[in-house]
Unconditional design. Sequence first.
Length: 469
Amino acid sequence: MNRLPFSLAVFGAILWFSTHAPAQEGEAKKKELPPIAEIKIEHKGPVDFAKEIWPIFESKCAFCHSGNVKEGQYDMGTPDALIKGGKRGVAVVPGKPEESHVYTLSARKKKPFMPLKSEEPFTPQELALVRLWIDQGAKMPTTTRVKPKVVISAPPKTVQPIHGVTISTDKKAVFAAVANRIVEVDVAAGKITRALRDEQLPPEKDPLRAPAHLSLIESLALSPDGNTLASGAYQEVVLWDTKTGKIKHRLKDFAERVVALAFSPKGQLLATGGGAPTEEGEIRVFEIATGKETMKLKAPHSDTVFGVAFSPDGKILASCGADKFLKTWEVPTGKMLKSFEGHNHHVMDVAWKSDGKTIATAGADQVIKVWNYESGEQARTIPGHVKQVTRLQFIGTKPEVATCSGDQTVRMWNVDNGSSIRNFGGSTDFLYSVAVSPDGTIVAAGGEEGTLRIYNGTNGQLLKSVPLK
Ligand code: HEC
């Protein structure tokens, strides 16, 4: 996680650290996990809660213990609650780590071990730091919440993840967001042909490496007519004219990272999703032609929003996020229509089937869920991925979705019967992003590795592997 920059840090950590097998029901062979090694660390002076402790809790604990998610009735979101504990009582006894649940459970000295088995545990270093902090009296600032300081700067050269891919309407090109750049890749040639440049940013010697944003790009979407590309980054969204490569509008004043983007089916509106982890999620809707905001939802989710999608008739916006909920909203009034609960971890993405009756969601709990919109029921759960499902898209009007996952695969599924249709391999790291042409013939995917892969969607053949680093 240390190699991820500022704004990606928390989200990245959650995706990053799920290297363990899921704690699935019926898992017979329950191996006892060994305690975390206790090591001595060199540390001068008092441990700084905001700088050294909170970031650990925030990335490894807070998504189950803050906001509206308080597992074991334990809320780590405010200093008082963090000390007070949940149903087992006091969680932090200043000066006494061995009597503090926060220490003993995460050291795996007492049950239930924390975090849950499916998540990445504390490193010995982190555990030692938490211990030292408790030893020193568990000092915390008295202000209600500690906000990590954010420095906006270009992502380090070593961090070149692909967080967004989208296929041009003629299927001849793929747009990919890699680090803070947006490149156009010719599908037939497998080569970068253009980079979109924000002229307010300093140029690069190589114009094909021009920066599109100052910070890491977190999301990318193409309008249905192919004329407008939207890219989301820390506190901003840019609308690009795909023909000229020029900026049409800059959308500003977002609370945090913008990690989700969706155009309305007729292409007049753009919905954005994001927000700071463990704070209120953010959903805003803009008119493409003018760049004016037409709708802003008030506290739509209690945590970061990871996915947004308009219904095929454009009248409903679906959203999902770190609070594990799928919700729907009336456009343009912003009235909440329905709320669906079922995933037991972050809901990473959402999409509507073309009939407007079915919604599919991708979960950090490694499953895809299919929902019957009218009845509000879960139609089915599709297991198969072995890490977080990070993005999902319906394929044209078919009852099929394409997904990508931290398990390094892109897959296609039939949502009517839950069957697996095809696997697309070759990736060697976590995948963040997938796109499929509406006819299902071209598939593009990218992730942490920084390599764009383009496949034949009908037979799974890898057509091009294009390093964008
Ligand atoms: C994936 C979700 C998840 C994560 C991540 C997680 N926990 Fe928990 N935690 C739970 C659940 C579920 C319980 C309730 C377990 C029970 O009561 O048997 C719980 C209970 C606890 C309790 C006991 C509360 C009480 O009073 O009963 C403590 C303390 C705790 N967690 C600390 C942590 C710490 C520290 C971390 C980070 C290292 C962490 N948890 C990460 C799900 C999680």
